[in-house]
Design a protein around this ligand. Structure first.
Ligand code: XMP
Length: 497
């Protein structure tokens, strides 16, 4: 039944995820036995095959931290100054799982009114008081609602009523030990201080309980030093060389992405050659590519992974503006086939709208998927929520949109900065999707069930089955696609993922 991928994709049509469907295989294992461990690059392994896109409405430190905690990885965007990107990467590298790294802090001269404003805006019930009101300075006390509730003068200074004799934890405390301390002290939080008494982070009952209750997720992505893995996007200009030098020196960033909509260029090959010379341990992701020819040149240049996709993203207009690109399913299959033969992992970037698309991307040969819109609008994405027509939304924009290019991202599109700017993306809003802590585990469980239906216990097993012609595919007609979606219902609960 069906066709091998080589037959299907060799027919002269370009196909994207919705155009293709896999025929089921034989099940002789449970979905929980499916192992989604994968290679992001030649050297970096992840337990969750998903990474967040380096876009300025998707990945800054908070997204990168949470992605790494879930077993994936975040690539920091570079529509910001070098110093800011370094600071974001440092924040990820300094993160200690199980703790609040940026607790709410005030100083003794602040008033009850200041404390109440923070309570209202951040929902905190206590604040640490440090000498100069910052994390990193000496802890002098703690204030909770119990200290302030019955004081009538809201301008009373916190120094007058704070608890000075504070139980603290030392800097080398593990998350498990902190949890035990919280349990026995019956407190909501305990400050962690270094040997000089400076506040460094907070052990929090709420964070510990959330970790414990989280549905099954991959093991956190960490390096040999136990710190979270993080990636960063950069360009290919001379100042981008300095950017990578600084990122490596200050944060030991694990991977960089050479961020371009068309990666097969001498700019990228020159940058790659420089990076391989200057930073031999750094993993370099090249792209984007959609053909074997593009992929071969970058692999020969030393790429450690390839990013696949041109115009497939939800906010992309590249195919319409420039008439260049490829259906994402065809691109993933063709590039991954070549890359696999040369030992290079691929990242299927853009166009992923649901768990089925992730199954398809991985089965077609990708080792990981990269998502923008799926993670935009989550609480970990940069930016504030606002309400449009009664719906809570966050901004999401293409890095080739006029708005993003105005902030400096035009290099990704080889744009002529002197004269006319041609937009290759749009800017808009997406719904509030809650936290990726909830959605990623559900997505991954759905992917495991997809792999079970395919009869593949792992990503390499699926790749081998497809390459060997054992796994069969077909193209879906428009009517078959309609049939595969929801139909003939008067009303239904809209599933967002
Ligand atoms: P999704 O579908 O996940 O796609 O939202 C995210 C990917 O889209 C690419 N990207 C763009 N492509 N114009 C484009 O043609 C743009 O303005 C643009 N911005 C991002 C990028 O590869 C990203 O990971």
């Amino acid at each position: 039944d069906g066709y091998s991928a080589a037959q299907l994709f060799g027919q002269g049509s370009t196909y994207t995820y919705d155009d293709v469907i896999f025929l089921p295989g034989h099940i002789d294992f449970g979905a929980h036995e499916v192992d989604l461990t994968t290679n992001l690059t030649k050297k970096l392994r992840l337990s969750t095959p998903i990474v967040s896109s380096p876009m300025d409405t998707v990945t800054e430190a908070e997204m990168a931290i949470t992605m790494a905690m879930m077993g994936g990885l975040g690539f920091l965007h570079y529509n910001m100054k070098l110093e800011e990107q370094v600071a974001q990467a440092q924040k990820v590298k300094r993160h200690v799982p199980g703790f609040v790294m940026t607790p709410t802090v005030l100083q003794s001269s602040n008033t009850i009114a200041d404390f109440e404003a923070l309570k209202a805006s951040r929902g905190v019930s206590s604040v640490c008081i440090t000498e100069d009101g910052r994390v990193g300075s000496r802890l002098v006390g703690i204030v909770t609602a119990r200290d302030t509730d019955f004081v009538n003068d809201r301008l009373t200074q916190l120094g007058e009523l704070m608890t000075r004799d504070v139980e603290t934890l030392s800097d080398d405390v593990s998350a498990e030990k902190a949890m035990e301390a919280l349990k026995s002290s019956k407190r909501k939080s305990l400050p962690v201080v270094d040997s000089n008494g400076n506040l460094v982070r907070l052990a929090s009952r709420a964070v510990c309980l959330e970790e414990a209750r989280m549905p099954r997720r991959g093991a956190a992505s960490t390096g040999p030093d136990g710190r979270l893995l993080v990636g960063a996007a950069v360009g290919t200009r001379d100042d981008d060389r300095r950017r990578v030098d600084a990122l490596v020196a200050a944060t030991a960033v694990d991977a960089v992405i050479l961020d371009s909509s068309q990666g097969d260029s001498t700019y990228q090959l020159d940058m790659l050659a420089y990076l391989k010379r200057a930073h031999p341990d750094l993993q370099v992701v090249c792209g984007n590519v959609v053909t074997s020819g593009q992929a071969r040149r970058l692999i020969q240049g030393g790429a450690d992974a390839l990013r696949i996709g041109m115009g497939s993203g939800s906010i992309c207009t590249t195919q319409e503006v420039c008439a260049v690109g490829r259906g994402q399913a065809a691109a993933v299959w063709q590039v991954s086939r070549l890359a696999a033969s040369l030992g290079v992992p691929t990242i299927a970037d853009g166009g992923v709208q649901n768990s089925g698309h992730i199954v398809k991307a991985l089965a077609l040969g990708a080792s990981t998927v990269m998502c923008g819109s799926l993670f935009a609008g989550t609480s970990e994405a940069p930016g504030e929520y606002f309400v449009v027509d009664g719906v809570r939304v966050k901004q999401y924009r293409g890095m080739g949109s006029l708005e993003a290019m105005a902030k400096g991202s035009e290099a990704r599109y080889h744009s002529d900065t002197q004269n006319l700017k041609i937009a290759q993306g749009v800017s808009g809003t997406v719904r509030d999707k809650g936290s990726i802590r909830k959605t990623v585990p559900f997505l991954m469980q759905a992917v495991r069930q997809g792999f079970q239906d395919l009869g593949s216990r792992s990503i390499p097993a699926a790749h081998a089955a497809l390459a060997g012609g054992v796994m069969r595919v077909e193209a879906r007609s428009t009517a078959a696609q309609a049939e595969g979606g929801i139909h003939d219902m008067h009303s239904f609960n809209k599933v967002r993922w």
